[in-house]
Design a binder for this molecule. Structure first.
Ligand code: ATP
Ligand code: MG
Length: 431
């Protein structure tokens, strides 16, 4: 029989890597709380309609990347969420969350897109996203960019690791006017466009701007610019946004062809990009989506947000050789025989009650083989319990790592309270 394996593009995260996830998740959570964001958790499965109405029919995600199936019990069309914004807005509307005041929300979790798996692009990947609901721009938009730039600093990413590109998509009326001018220009050059862009020309012409095809890019370079079609209000919003970034000393480049792959955006949009991950260069992206709540049948709620891909941020950290500490136990407890096992059990419990991280050897094994396991566990100390220790209610302590200033690496017998004191002084603490 064939071995059952994980689905392509959906990865197991094993202990060799999961400690990095825990490290980054913890930092991200602290960072989000420090900006006053509250956690929201929504189901991974939603009505297909939610994503079709919000992300837009003529987008990569809705056209070809969604995991959609029919619920055999009632015929409903369901989709594994490809992104988090639509779900967060749906939940906020459903629970009347923005009724009396705006809300700053964040989510963390797996997203699903049926893409061709490659480094930095998976079918199940993880995003952290923030959504500020009930705020009209552009101060909160700038706050979001500031937050991301603070996170890069917290993660100790060098400033050249990621750069910021910004643009304004204006209002939907601005885009209608621009669309006409763009379509006219692209039609004149239709024979020079790639096949995908020719199709997009009729379904979603703005997306042609973000084509990766070099020949199409040449045509796009001379296309009319959306920035020249913005209303006075959108221009003022964009200017204020940019001046707030300057105030925070955040470098950016205006990229007039930045349109984002989802239809719900208006006004300010931006992407943080890196040169370290090849074609998977966008690590964080977002913008304003004032029309989204109405688009999915709710009342109008001005809002903006961004999402970052955890796999890509971790890949950039790895590229920059940022070391992520792996937590190891304070002690590994070994014992001579079954008679001392009860004593080892009690000692381990007492150590844990003193906030120490303790692994009690499981099963049998000679002291020598147990000591090998103690060493492999990465623990700082081995606690060795034989007949005499059990009788005298003492413990023998042996330092397993060569620490600086370590006076002695020999096994030494102590009272339990002495050992707790020694170990507390060097305890690894929480992440
Ligand atoms: P790309 O242009 O790389 O396809 P996108 O515009 O589709 O990205 P968004 O929908 O804006 O991406 O999602 C926000 C972030 O989520 C991206 O910047 C990226 O870090 C991450 N991301 C998106 N799709 C994937 C994927 N398939 N695998 C891993 N990370 C992803
Ligand atoms: Mg994509």
């Amino acid at each position: 029989m064939n071995k059952i394996q994980a689905i392509r593009g959906m990865n197991d995260i094993l202990p060799e890597d999961s400690y990095k996830w825990e490290w980054i998740e913890y930092r991200i959570q602290q960072w989000l709380l420090s900006f006053g964001y509250e956690n929201i958790r929504t189901p991974v499965l939603e009505s297909t309609d939610l994503f079709v109405k919000s992300i837009g029919v003529a987008t990569d995600i809705v056209e070809k990347e969604m995991y959609t199936f029919t619920d055999a019990l009632n015929g409903d069309s369901l989709t594994l969420r490809p992104e988090g914004t639509a779900s967060a807005v749906r939940a906020a509307l459903e629970h009347n969350m923005t009724y009396s005041s705006p809300r700053r929300l964040y989510y963390f979790g797996p997203m699903f897109r049926h893409e061709r798996p490659q480094k930095g692009r998976y079918r199940q990947f993880h995003q952290v996203g923030v959504e500020a609901l009930g705020f009209s721009g552009p101060v909160v938009d700038a706050e979001h960019v500031l937050m991301a730039s603070e996170l890069w600093k917290l993660l100790e990413l060098p400033s050249e690791a990621c750069r910021l590109e910004v643009n304004s998509l204006g209002s939907s009326e601005d885009r209608v006017k621009y669309r006409e001018a763009l379509v006219a220009y692209l039609k004149d050059n239709e024979n020079l466009l790639d096949a995908d862009s020719c199709r997009r020309l009729h379904t979603n012409p703005l997306r042609v701007l973000d084509s990766k095809n070099p020949d199409t890019q040449k045509i796009v370079a001379s296309a009319p610019k959306l920035l020249n079609f913005l209303s006075a209000e959108s221009v003022a919003n964009f200017d204020r946004f940019k001046s707030l970034l300057q105030r925070a000393n955040i470098d950016f480049k205006v990229n007039p062809n930045l349109v984002r792959g989802l239809d719900y955006y208006n006004d300010v949009v931006y992407e943080w990009k890196t040169d370290y991950l090849g074609a998977q260069g966008t690590i964080c992206a977002g913008g304003r989506y004032d029309g989204l709540a109405e688009q999915i049948g709710g009342k109008s709620v001005p809002a903006c947000g961004f999402a970052l891909g955890i796999e890509r941020v971790l890949a950039v950290l790895e590229h920059c050789k940022i070391s992520i500490p792996r937590q190891t136990p304070d002690a590994y407890v070994v014992f001579a025989d079954l008679k001392t096992q009860d004593y080892a059990w009690d000692v381990s419990t007492e150590l844990r009650q003193n906030n120490l991280c303790v692994v009690l050897h499981g099963g049998a094994g000679s002291l020598k083989s147990q000591m090998k396991k103690a060493d492999n566990s990465g623990a700082k100390f081995a606690i060795i319990l034989g007949e005499s220790e059990a009788e005298n209610k003492t413990v023998s302590l042996k330092r397993l790592r060569d620490e600086k200033n370590a006076v002695d690496n020999q096994q030494q017998e102590h009272s339990l309270s002495e050992v707790i004191k020694i170990m507390r002084e060097e305890a690894s603490g929480t992440v």
